[in-house]
Design a protein around this ligand. Structure first.
Ligand SMILES: Cc1cc2nc3c(=O)[nH]c(=O)nc-3n(C[C@H](O)[C@H](O)[C@H](O)COP(=O)(O)O)c2cc1C
Length: 193
């Protein structure tokens, strides 16, 4: 069954946006409707049956735009299936370096189905002076470390989950809820189970 999915991704230098593009293309290939937006451009999550929210990691935090979206729409996000993604430099030895501090609280608050960290991309030429200074002493390895095949595989799992779930849009067009309180996915064809 087809869901309308919002993919909202915060990116400073385009690497994470590229990951969002792969997620979007994969969901679309699987037959879902997809909008790929920067978090600051999302006015309403109401039209979406599911949301993938992600951010690049800077200084162990998600970018403010992604955190703001989660904050502004926390209640609506809790009512629909949500997956989170982060993109950072997996070349750092500690897995925790890729795991933004706020992630655990965010997962809990949004009732997210999952969170996945993907390796990112570092091109010193596009960094600001301040960013270069920050990473100067670190062990960050230049280059594109993104595993886009792994991103697509993750997104195929989401697509399959959405397709499998018992979903419908109530005849009155409102958002249905399951017995466990979570929202049902809205389908393009009203009234169909
Ligand atoms: C100044 C700076 C700080 C960074 N801090 C972190 C960090 O704390 N943890 C991490 O995993 N990656 C960190 N990175 C790596 C970025 O997350 C990585 O380059 C990412 O792919 C950037 O995504 P974007 O191109 O979408 O902005 C940092 C990169 C820069 C330039």
């Amino acid at each position: 069954m087809r869901a309308q999915v919002l993919v909202a991704v915060a990116s400073r230098h385009g690497g994470t946006w590229g990951i969002g593009e792969v997620v979007s293309a994969t969901l679309a290939e699987a037959g879902h409707g997809v909008d790929l937006l920067a978090p600051e451009d999302v006015a309403d999550v109401g039209p979406y049956g599911a949301v993938v929210l992600g951010s690049a990691v800077y200084l162990a935090h998600w970018l403010p735009a992604a955190r703001d979206l989660a904050e502004r729409h926390a209640d609506a996000l809790r009512e629909r299936p949500v997956w989170l993604l982060s993109s950072g430099l997996a070349t750092q030895p500690a897995a925790a370096a890729n795991s933004p501090h706020e992630l655990a609280a965010l997962r809990e608050r949004l009732g997210a189905r999952g969170h996945r960290s993907f390796r990112g991309r570092l091109d010193r030429r596009v960094l600001t002076f301040a960013e270069r200074a920050v990473i100067a002493g670190g062990r960050a390895r230049e280059g594109d470390h993104r595993d886009l095949a792994a991103v697509a595989e993750w997104a195929r799992g989401i697509a399959a989950t959405l397709a499998d779930e018992a979903v419908h849009r109530p005849a009155d067009g409102g958002t249905g809820t399951r017995a466990d309180g979570r929202a049902l996915l809205a389908l393009g064809r009203p009234g169909r189970i």
